[in-house]
Design a protein around this ligand. Structure first.
Ligand code: CP
Ligand code: NVA
Length: 308
């Protein structure tokens, strides 16, 4: 049985198989053909943090695959009152067929997976957001970006870490610009660079947004204040001055560059209103693709239940 905890857990080919499945199922869905790949299956969806896209896309996705989603907010289940993760895992995984979790420490997700009888999907932790990056890759393909040169400008956070692993696995160029003191986690960087040796991915780090964006064909960012960092807001607002993706910065990128944002977006902070609205079509295609990419992931995991 395979879990989807980080993109490190899969080979390049496996990730591309999931993307292929996503594309195939998306096409079927667009033709109003709902193939019951996961008929009668239940997806448990545990949320310890807020969500719009992750919740709606997983719940709708499993329903369109012939199953049903159970929204389990930690405010409502005993996990929120102190029932251990490992007990929650042993109970829930005896009743449902697959679990998606959004939580804080990545180790909590790993603990759940260790005790789970069914595949577990990472719906975001403090360290990674892998379903988002599968979505972003699907979106880049659909938008015709064949050889990505990606510039990430902003906080070295969970989304950035998954960008690192995606680029390293698939072998594309990634430039990461973060303010001093808000760089990516050093051990995740080391792992990504190790993986990149095999794929030939070129990954660079800078504190200068212009250096990252120059001639890039994909520019992306994320909030400066992730969930759980609300107390740091004031310090972060000061530290991130100069890191807004605005028209001036975008002019350094290739013409017709793609702009991606996992959302929610905070206009006037990590992205200007102008850049956001100019690229709204691709940003909301990216949001929609959460639904399709995650179907590919769920169906792939379902098809690999017996493979070690
Ligand atoms: N991008 C993303 O994961 O959005 P939500 O927090 O709304 O799920
Ligand atoms: N980095 C953000 C992503 C939200 C989808 C957070 O963790 O809040």
């Amino acid at each position: 049985m395979r879990h989807f905890l980080t993109l490190k857990d899969f080979t390049k080919n496996e990730l591309l198989e999931m993307i292929d499945l996503a594309q195939k199922i998306k096409k079927q869905t667009k033709n109003r053909k709902f193939v019951p790949y996961m008929e009668h299956q239940t997806l448990g969806m545990i949320f310890e943090k807020s969500s719009t896209r992750t919740r709606v896309s997983f719940e709708t996705g499993i329903y369109q695959l012939g199953g049903v989603g159970l929204f389990l907010s930690s405010n409502d289940i005993q996990l929120g009152r102190g029932e251990p993760m490992k007990d929650t895992a042993r109970v829930i995984s005896r009743m449902v067929d697959m679990v998606m979790i959004r939580t804080f420490e990545h180790s909590k997700l790993e603990e759940f997976a260790e005790y789970s009888n069914v595949p577990v999907i990472n719906g975001l932790t403090d360290s990674y957001h892998p379903v988002q990056l599968m979505t972003d890759y699907l979106t880049m393909l659909e938008c015709g970006v064949e050889e990505p040169v990606v510039a990430y400008v902003g906080d070295g956070n969970n989304v950035t870490h998954s960008w690192l692993i995606l680029a390293a696995k698939l072998g594309f160029e990634l430039r990461v610009a973060t303010p001093k003191g808000y760089e990516c986690d050093a051990s995740i960087v080391a792992e990504a660079l190790e993986i990149a040796k095999e794929s030939g991915a070129e990954i660079i780090f800078t504190n200068d947004p212009a250096e990252a964006v120059e001639e890039a064909n994909v520019v992306t960012t994320d909030t400066w204040v992730s969930m759980g960092q609300e107390d740091e807001k004031e310090n972060r607002m000061n530290a991130f001055k100069g890191f807004i993706v605005d028209e001036e910065l975008m002019e350094l990128a290739q013409q017709d560059t793609l702009f991606l944002h996992c959302l929610p977006a905070y206009r006037g902070y990590e992205v200007s209103e102008f850049v956001f609205e100019k690229h709204a079509d691709e940003i909301f295609l990216e949001a929609e693709n959460r639904l399709h990419a995650q179907k590919g992931i769920m169906v792939w995991l379902d098809q690999h239940r017996d493979v070690n």
